[in-house]
Design a protein around this ligand. Structure first.
Ligand SMILES: Cc1cc2nc3c(=O)[nH]c(=O)nc-3n(C[C@H](O)[C@H](O)[C@H](O)COP(=O)(O)OP(=O)(O)OC[C@H]3O[C@@H](n4cnc5c(N)ncnc54)[C@H](O)[C@@H]3O)c2cc1C
Ligand code: SF4
Length: 531
């Protein structure tokens, strides 16, 4: 085997989401002499980023002064908030929770915003490498992170070299910044290797699904921000919808389901599609067409699940650290702020040491602490959760008690226990099913490459999972990647890896934790447009 080529930088950032781009840009703003690169697995910057997205603008004001005069391509001022409780046929307006008051905020496409930030980063001297997946961390002799190893290109399904094979290079850096977003696969490894979650609660997650619709003229009220709870979710499932009204007769429709749902037969994708058939939403969407669609996990654990965010040679920022504020349903301002804070730390001393204390002492973590009991309050259902949320808000998070988070995958009930009741309707809006939805994600993977979804112990699928939980992977994956097949060779889980949209739900929600998501060849995956 040939010696791996090495490139050297002062700082390598993994992930060109808002956290990674903010970190890289701020570093160059503070010290133009530092060499900084950003590795991004999507074919283009922003193509793997999916978000609501209503954003708080202040961190962007700091990073890109004057941006409001030349905003990203989708950017609509928030005008009006609506918070609704849905039943199957009706809706009731509830007071908008203070955390969801969006006065002064903007509705954007976060993917398009990252693409808009990319040339600004390059103009500052950041080297951006889209189409390259950071497949592994590199370690020095003292077991500290000393950079990343880029995945090889041109490897066939069996692991052999194809024509045009290129060995991935190693990027060495004094500090590696992990801005991979929710459930980053290198971040997951690093958290385990360095025991970064030793003193925190388990991290918790949700799956978010989103579609961008083009509607007949006159239906959209640009700047209207609608959220709902209630139908179609059974009362035991935490989650709800968002409908964000954009310009040019477009609307972003989405649905979020926490991954601690207990019924293994529950299908988040179906809940989303059901929501679209509520009479008020159906009337909005009917006659329109989907422009793009996709899914992505969100990190929900907040304050009590925050891992240590520094390790020898590396840092965690943004969703990779778990900084999303769940009651606000916002993580972008936290991603931008933590990225900039990491940069300020590294510009002072090129070392990860001390970043954890700095972040914990900042407004980023103070914001999480204030709302720490709201999400776990919903573990006992919608109404108990709303009561906890009201108390936590009234006391500004000053109650001495901190409720615990639990591991999502450990919450499933066995098949022989009572399931949930679903009050679901016939559907007629697109997409018909999960495969039809994948079409709108424009996902692409060369099929002749190693499967990037590894079932570490496939025996579990039929020796235990089938009878205990009915193989929930065949239902929670929004792209129908996992299919149960039975033929002359027996039963097996067929992995349709080419359909994967990189949402990471399977890595999180598998009851036995035997699914491991690893990076496919760089440039593979969804090609989201304006999500
Ligand atoms: C459905 C949904 C709705 C949301 N709504 C809102 C909202 O309204 N407002 C709000 O503020 N926030 C919202 N959020 C949260 C917000 O999107 C995140 O907090 C934010 O995107 C986090 O930024 P990040 O940079 O940490 O990670 P991400 O935005 O996830 O970016 C990570 C980047 O790293 C890349 N990457 C990952 N691993 C690797 C690797 N190994 N090698 C190379 N590249 C890699 C990914 O491709 C991606 O481009 C929502 C999220 C979801 C899913
Ligand atoms: S295979 Fe996993 S990561 Fe890919 S779309 Fe399905 S659940 Fe998401």
């Amino acid at each position: 085997m040939t010696e791996r080529e090495i490139m050297e930088y002062d700082v390598v950032v993994v992930g060109a989401g808002p956290s990674g781009l903010a970190c890289a840009m701020r570093l160059k703003q503070l010290n133009a002499d530092l060499s900084v690169c950003v590795i991004e697995k999507a074919s283009e910057i922003g193509a793997h980023v999916l978000s609501g997205a209503v954003i708080e603008p202040e961190p962007l004001d700091e990073l890109v002064p004057g941006w409001r005069e030349e905003p990203p391509p989708i950017c609509v001022s928030a005008k009006r908030d609506e918070f609704l409780l849905l039943s199957r046929t009706g809706k009731r307006k509830l007071p908008t929770p203070p955390q969801q008051n969006n006065h002064g905020n903007f509705i954007v496409s976060l993917g398009a915003t990252c693409a808009w930030l990319a040339p600004k980063a390059e103009a500052l001297g950041v080297d951006l490498f889209p189409g390259f997946a950071a497949a592994d961390l590199a370690y020095d002799d003292g077991d500290a992170v000393c950079g990343v190893i880029i995945g090889d290109m041109g490897v066939d399904r069996e692991g052999g070299e194809k024509e045009g094979y290129v060995q991935g290079i190693e990027i060495r850096a004094a500090v590696t910044v992990l801005g991979e977003g929710c459930r980053g696969h290198l971040s997951k490894r690093a958290i385990k290797k360095y025991g970064l979650d030793r003193d925190s609660d388990p991290q918790t997650y949700a799956i978010g699904m989103k579609e961008l619709w083009q509607l007949p003229a006159g239906r959209v009220e640009p700047g209207l921000i609608q959220h709902s709870v209630g139908w179609p979710l059974p009362k035991q499932v935490y989650g709800g919808s968002f409908v964000y009204h954009l310009d040019k007769d477009r609307v972003a429709v989405g649905f979020v389901c926490a991954l601690d749902y207990q019924d293994p037969k529950f299908t988040p994708f179906e809940a989303f599609q059901q929501f679209k058939h509520h009479p008020s939403v159906h009337a909005l969407l009917e006659g329109g067409e989907i422009l793009s669609a996709g899914a992505r996990a969100l990190v929900e654990g907040g304050y009590q699940s925050l891992p240590r965010v520094e390790m020898p040679g590396a840092l965690l920022i943004g969703d990779a650290a778990g900084l999303l504020n769940v009651p606000k349903i916002k993580g972008t301002h936290q991603a931008l702020r933590s990225g900039m804070m990491a940069a300020e730390h590294l510009a002072e001393k090129l070392s990860s040491e001390g970043f954890d204390a700095r972040l914990r002492d900042s407004a980023v973590v103070a914001e999480l602490k204030k709302v720490r009991n709201i999400r776990p309050g919903f573990q006992k259902g919608l109404w108990r959760g709303m009561t906890t949320a009201a108390i936590e808000t009234a006391t500004a998070g000053k109650l001495p008690r901190t409720l615990s988070n639990h591991a999502d995958h450990a919450q499933y009930r066995k098949l022989d226990q009572e399931g949930f009741e679903y009050d679901w309707v016939e559907r007629d809006l697109a997409p018909r099913d999960r495969l039809a939805s994948v079409y709108f994600a424009s996902t692409e993977h060369d099929e002749d490459q190693p499967v990037h979804l590894k079932i570490i112990d496939p025996d579990v699928c039929f020796s235990r999972c089938e009878t205990e939980f009915g193989n929930p992977c065949t239902r929670f994956c929004p792209a129908n990647v996992y299919e149960k097949v039975e033929d002359e060779n027996g039963k097996r889980i067929q992995i349709n890896a080419a359909n994967c949209v990189h949402c990471k739900t399977c890595d999180i929600a598998d009851p036995y934790q035997v699914i491991n998501w690893v990076t496919p060849e760089g440039g593979s995956g969804p090609n989201y447009s304006n999500l």
